[in-house]
Design a protein around this ligand. Structure first.
Ligand code: NIG
Ligand code: FE
Length: 408
């Protein structure tokens, strides 16, 4: 076995909800790809240190689990800076969408892009995430809406995972918008359920399925049809829910035992009760809230009261959240949604893993989990949410390998 030790760190294990699970002057021992031991350096068993191939002195720096971005749309072509200008001149997001802009303008660009071009664009965005300590990222399709382009987006997502030190979770976002070649949403859902979804499942190109339930996108009935078909093919589901107005999205997600319901600015008490019962994670997206200048905040106090796990993600996409900084989302979740820095960090580690159904493998620093962790140039984990646009990542260990090292 290859055994490495990180010592003299302040480790935020994130093992239990409600605290950092801090261990002072602590060590982590990795064996191959796994965490073999974690605890106070003074308690390190002799047999663990004896055969170590390498020891890293963290000199009091903080270690956290590797960050997890549980909601991105980063495999798209072009950008929508001109729509940013239109919105600043007074037009709103729904109006731009009705005029053929919005999601459909990115669909046109993504359909026209070759696979290498799409890969290169996605790689640039993924590299920015990697640089900040992201060791797992979800990537959604949804900018193809025809079979060929949806499969291309998902293949790009898988290929990014093979070529980068990161675990990629791919999501087939089948119901994102109705493409212009279909007469109506029902006809498009017919096509998705009978044609694209079976192809995605047969090629193993997606880990989960997702939909946008909204008056400008798909109804609860259409979403339910898609979810039923996806679950029959063995895919867990996620939902863009209650982003712009109340629509029962949270409850719809919960009825389908969704891993997560995302956005949730307009979720109602009945949605939250259903989510609590089903164990559905609330994924909050402060980048989209900020960029759309939304003023209704997600129901944070109710989420807390009901014990619903809160995750945070970039929602990296060209129309509503053109960001590649997950650390900035920590700051924005605190300033815009009143999360504590501890809740924010849990939102990109422990709870983000649950939003992807991978909490047995990653998301906390625990014996037996994958060795995914980050050494930060900070003394206190609250500094991660406090700083705006700082690059405080000193070392990244992903799947047991030191993949970034600024300390050497
Ligand atoms: O998560 N809400 C729908 N989907 C994206 C926006 C996509 C776009 O505008 O291109 C979101 O906000
Ligand atoms: Fe999204």
């Amino acid at each position: 076995v290859t055994r490495e030790i990180w010592e003299h760190a302040r480790i935020a294990t994130m093992q239990a909800s409600g605290s950092y699970g801090l261990i002072e002057d602590a060590s982590i021992v990795t064996e191959n790809r796994m965490i073999a031991w974690v605890g106070a350096s003074a308690a390190l068993p002799a047999d663990m240190s004896v055969g170590a191939n390498q020891a890293h002195d963290c000199a009091g720096r903080c270690i956290t689990p590797g960050l997890i971005d549980s909601h991105t749309h980063l495999a798209y072509a072009s950008n929508r800076a001109h729509e940013f200008e239109m919105r600043l001149a007074g037009m709103d997001y729904a109006e731009i969408a009705r005029q053929g802009g919005g999601i459909l303008s990115t669909v046109r660009a993504t359909r026209a892009a070759t696979e290498p071009d799409l890969f290169a664009a996605a790689q640039r965005r993924l590299s920015a995430l990697l640089d900040e300590g992201v060791t797992t990222a979800e990537i959604k399709s949804g900018y193809g809406l025809d079979r060929e382009t949806e499969l291309r987006q998902l293949r790009v997502a898988r290929e990014l995972g093979r070529r980068n030190p990161i675990t990629i979770h791919a999501t087939y976002l089948g119901l994102h918008a109705v493409p212009p070649e279909f007469p109506d949403a029902n006809a498009y859902v017919d096509f998705v359920v009978s044609d694209v979804l079976p192809a995605v499942a047969a090629e193993g190109l997606a880990d989960t399925a997702d939909a946008f339930c909204d008056p400008i996108a798909f109804s609860p009935a259409q979403t339910t049809r898609f979810f039923t078909a996806a679950k029959a093919l063995g895919l867990r589901v996620k939902l863009h829910a209650d982003q712009r107005m109340p629509g029962g999205g949270g409850a719809l997600a919960a009825r389908n035992l969704a891993l997560s319901a995302d956005h949730l600015e307009y979720a109602q008490p009945s949605d939250l009760q259903a989510m609590a019962c089903a164990g559905t994670v609330a994924v909050l997206l402060p980048g989209a809230f900020y960029y759309l200048r939304e003023t209704t905040r997600p129901p944070i106090a109710a989420l807390r009261d009901l014990g619903i796990p809160i995750a945070l993600a970039t929602d990296c996409n060209p129309g509503t959240s053109p960001t590649t900084s997950l650390l900035l989302m920590l700051n924005m979740a605190c300033t815009l949604f009143d999360l504590s820095p501890q809740e924010a960090l849990a939102g990109v580690t422990r709870n983000a893993a649950r939003a992807l159904g991978i909490q047995a493998q990653t998301g906390t620093i625990e014996i037996g989990k994958r060795a995914d962790f980050v050494v930060w140039n900070v003394e206190d984990p609250a500094e991660l949410a406090y700083a705006m646009g700082a690059s405080s990542c000193a070392q990244i260990v992903q799947n047991g390998l030191l993949v970034k090292n600024t300390l050497a």
